[in-house]
Design a protein around this ligand. Structure first.
Ligand SMILES: [Zn+2]
Length: 177
């Protein structure tokens, strides 16, 4: 899930922030560690109405990083931006389940969950598309995904009723309806 790194990339310690304006929306990609050295002011100040943030490259976040992130998200939501989070890394999901301000008010499009294959033993994070599997997720049930190694059915290693809480799907549905 990590983005490819060229030989000129800095070491994994600092957060890489990519901000690409695209008409009415801005595409953001974050990769690396989110901590006290992670300046997210470039994200907080994005002026477009739609902001899509790819979190697939996040490898680690500490409590100071959580604070930076919440501050940036609050700033965007305070301007009534529509914030979508995609590819939420497995490193972030437990934090989002503990600190609801990390994702409250944003739409989650996809996220990682740890899966394992009982047939061949392959283990690894799998990306779950909320749009595709919304009904199952709303029922707090893990989708069955094919093993990338042997194509057998993989099982989710987390307890769905706890791991999927941050999605807040029921509330999202009632807001729409
Ligand atoms: Zn397998």
């Amino acid at each position: 899930m990590l983005p490819p790194r060229s030989s000129t990339s800095p070491p994994d310690r600092r957060l890489a922030v990519s901000v690409v304006p695209q008409g009415p929306r801005t595409l953001v990609a974050l990769a690396g560690r989110v901590d006290e050295s992670s300046g997210l002011s470039a994200v907080a100040q994005i002026p477009t109405r739609e902001v899509v943030i790819d979190l697939g490259g996040i490898t680690f976040i500490n409590s100071l990083g959580v604070r930076e992130w919440v501050r940036a998200l609050r700033s965007l939501l305070g301007r009534r931006a529509e914030v979508t989070l995609t590819h939420v890394a497995a490193a972030l999901v437990p934090q989002m389940n503990m600190v609801r301000e990390m994702s409250a008010g944003a739409r989650i499009a996809s996220f990682e969950a740890p899966y394992s294959c009982e047939k061949c033993g392959h283990e690894g994070p799998m990306m779950i598309d909320v749009g595709v599997h919304g009904d199952l997720l709303r029922a707090m049930s893990a989708p069955k995904l094919p093993c990338p190694e042997c194509k057998a059915t993989m099982v989710c290693d987390e307890i769905p009723g706890q791991y999927f809480l941050f999605l807040e799907l029921d509330q999202a549905a009632s807001r729409v309806g």
